[in-house]
Design a protein around this ligand. Structure first.
Ligand SMILES: *[C@@H]1O[C@H](CO)[C@@H](O)[C@H](O)[C@H]1NC(C)=O
Ligand SMILES: *[C@@H]1O[C@H](CO)[C@@H](O)[C@H](O)[C@H]1NC(C)=O
Ligand SMILES: *[C@@H]1O[C@H](CO)[C@@H](O)[C@H](O)[C@H]1NC(C)=O
Ligand SMILES: *[C@@H]1O[C@H](CO)[C@@H](O)[C@H](O)[C@H]1NC(C)=O
Ligand SMILES: *[C@@H]1O[C@H](CO)[C@@H](O)[C@H](O)[C@H]1NC(C)=O
Ligand SMILES: *[C@@H]1O[C@H](CO)[C@@H](O)[C@H](O)[C@H]1NC(C)=O
Ligand SMILES: *[C@@H]1O[C@H](CO)[C@@H](O)[C@H](O)[C@H]1NC(C)=O
Ligand SMILES: *[C@@H]1O[C@H](CO)[C@@H](O)[C@H](O)[C@H]1NC(C)=O
Length: 261
């Protein structure tokens, strides 16, 4: 085994262990290599950078500690990358199942919103980021079926998957049910404009504050349980013209809700 392979193994092991040392770590070499490999698979389209007019990955190079790169946050104790925010960075490219992205197993927050990963599917591999509390893949030209593996991400508090205009993302009725049942810590869920075509299952995380499921093709009766969610502040169900329900007032009378246009 060559020295390079050996040191790679050591670095990988470091990221898998928890540290008791109180000395802050800087970037681990395998983390910076992994990030740079991921950067290499993508190109930049300056015309896409409408929201921030700046691409985070342009600051990524080996002359600086990777924990100081824009959009990258490391765990101070371990030096592992725990947050990647490449929102609105003009990134163009395809994310394959062999992408080095999926080696960043310590990620807790991943924001890829508003880029162009056109032709990419939301791969089952996203379900391996078991520590994720936030996943935002919205408006990034992901298409196809949302895999049931997303419902393995049981720590998620915030999930945004709303597709780009003219892009079709589908979620089966079965997978919607799993998602809502299994993600018991969810606070924010945005499934706007995903093609779901299902009734709304009755089980929701009691932590939900925001639920957006407009323009999804949901049909049937809105379960009463939604109106009893103790923390709900925002509920958007517009543009689902097959959906109706009854909202019960405190005095026992009810309001008929229909035609969500
Ligand atoms: C690396 O990135 C830093 C920060 O953006 C920049 O100042 C520096 O010029 C870059 N170095 C190289 C070799 O590209
Ligand atoms: C990512 O960065 C953008 C721009 O700085 C910011 O608006 C957004 O809230 C960040 N995302 C997360 C999950 O913190
Ligand atoms: C990853 O897979 C794609 C096809 O799915 C292939 O074109 C590419 O070369 C692979 N990359 C690596 C680093 O193996
Ligand atoms: C996204 O990237 C694809 C492939 O490079 C390109 O064909 C398409 O026009 C891009 N979409 C936008 C909105 O820039
Ligand atoms: C639900 O979450 C648990 C972890 O809390 C996981 O083990 C299980 O596989 C998940 N079930 C589904 C159907 O995703
Ligand atoms: C789902 O909700 C129904 C009705 O509110 C309840 O009877 C059932 O126990 C719930 N199931 C789970 C898995 O929480
Ligand atoms: C969902 O997809 C089906 C089948 O392709 C289609 O008939 C339906 O109009 C779509 N619904 C929405 C809300 O996009
Ligand atoms: C119940 O409350 C609504 C508005 O809060 C009111 O318009 C209605 O008259 C009340 N009905 C009864 C029976 O008190």
């Amino acid at each position: 085994m060559g020295y390079r392979q050996f040191s790679f193994l050591i670095f990988v092991c470091f990221c898998q262990l928890s540290f008791s040392s109180s000395v802050p770590h800087s970037c681990l070499k395998d983390q910076s290599t992994t990030l740079l490999k991921f950067k290499e698979t993508l190109t930049l389209d300056p015309s896409l950078v409408t929201c921030s007019s700046y691409s985070y990955t342009s600051s990524w190079n080996t002359s600086r500690d990777c924990c100081l790169w824009d959009g990258v946050i490391c765990d101070e104790m371990t030096g592992c990358v725990i947050e990647l925010n490449l929102s609105c960075s003009g990134l163009v490219g395809k994310i394959d199942s062999n992408s080095s992205l999926f080696q960043l197993s310590r990620l807790q927050r991943l924001d890829f919103s508003s880029n162009n990963f056109s032709n990419s599917h939301i791969l089952p591999e996203f379900g391996r980021f078991s520590r994720l509390t936030l996943l935002d893949l919205s408006d990034s030209y992901f298409s196809g079926h949302i895999p049931s593996d997303i419902s393995h991400l049981s720590q998620l508090q915030s999930l945004h998957l709303s597709p780009s205009f003219e892009t079709i993302l589908r979620l089966t009725a079965h997978d919607l049910k799993l998602l809502l049942q299994n993600l018991t810590k969810l606070r924010e869920l945005d499934l706007t404009s995903i093609n779901i075509s299902s009734t709304i299952p009755p089980n929701f995380s009691s932590h939900l504050t925001t639920l957006r499921m407009g323009n999804t093709g949901l049909y049937g009766i809105i379960p009463d349980s939604i109106f009893h969610l103790p923390n709900l502040e925002t509920l958007v169900l517009q543009n689902n013209n097959q959906l109706s329900g009854y909202f019960r007032r405190p005095n026992g009378t009810s309001v008929h809700l229909s035609s969500f246009m």
